[in-house]
Design a protein around this ligand. Sequence first.
Ligand SMILES: O=c1[nH]cnc2c1ncn2[C@H]1C[C@H](O)[C@@H](CO)O1
Ligand SMILES: [Zn+2]
Length: 367
Amino acid sequence: MTHTPINLASLRLAPKVLLHDHLDGGLRPQTVLDLARDCGYTDLPADNPEELRVWFRDAADSGSLELYLQTFGHTVAVMQTPAALARVARECVEDLAADGVVYAEVRFAPEQHLDAGLNLDAVMESTLSGFAEGVRAVRDQSGHDIVVRCLVTAMRHAARSREIAELAVKYRHDGVCGFDIAGAEAGFPPSRHLDAFEFLQKENAHFTIHAGEAFGLPSIHEAVAFCGADRLGHGVRIMDDIELGPEGTFGEAKLGLLANYIRDKRIPLELCPSSNVQTGAAASIAEHPFNQLAQLQFRVTVNTDNRLMSHTTMSEEMLKLVETFGYGWSDLERFTINAMKSAFYSFDKRLAIIDEVIKPGYAVLIG
Ligand SMILES: O=c1[nH]cnc2c1ncn2[C@H]1C[C@H](O)[C@@H](CO)O1
Ligand SMILES: [Zn+2]
């Protein structure tokens, strides 16, 4: 038996696990246009799907997180009604399933969807019903099962994180698996939201924190040491605490205390290669520390972050890594199992997906 060649078509067949994907960063361009028309939003920068797709990618290609985040003004503006939220959530599930994702945690910030008069509960209920509808539609249309769960995000520049953390706990039995903070990182340290994180810890709830993307080690340190993050959103700048051996070798690499702690505790890194290049966290995919961190045996995972802004999918992120670093199916299987082990999902269910879906799926591809 021989290996299946790795290309986009075969990667789409591989079971994939996605831990870091923003709902408001993954709309279909046509949906942005339809929803803008429905709600009377007239500020879109293009009026056909192809131009709009290119506009989002180019505008996000800004080299700065702050500029990158401005593009969300357009997507958030058209996600202000129950029908819009449900449609975006349903299509998100359909798109992930079509790409071969078998388990996903999709995040969004409910506080950004109140402009047309919805309250936080209405936002949650519409979005969660859209996810559930998507899961049913996928099963009906393809016979495949996808598990999609929701991470509730609070914006780090705002002051509602405690309330949003309570919202995450309120909906924990209805499809919400945890909490996150996102938005501009510099000037908004994780410890600003300590109250929210302490509440979640008291409730035995899970959370991840965007840290080490646009700001360096102090942000990562606060996220793990003060706030108790289960996972790190990006975390790429942990490389600042690692000195590689002569000529970039790994054998004699020296890890600082923080890097050691993160590796020892197996704290998962939600790495998003294309997004990191767009925001300037990495100069190129080739210079992205993904491979260095993987070689040093950090718990690395592959993620999309924002499929619309990066014009990407899980399969395309994996393909870029394969083309750049020469990974094979066994490497991709390892990254996928890393992600499934790190999911905010009960242990028995994680094991079942690893044993019954991921391992058999890669076994076929490995041949
Ligand atoms: O990569 C990111 N870093 C920080 N914030 C982000 C990133 N991608 C999206 N966001 C923000 C913009 C969205 O409106 C918000 C909620 O999904 O999260
Ligand atoms: Zn993100």
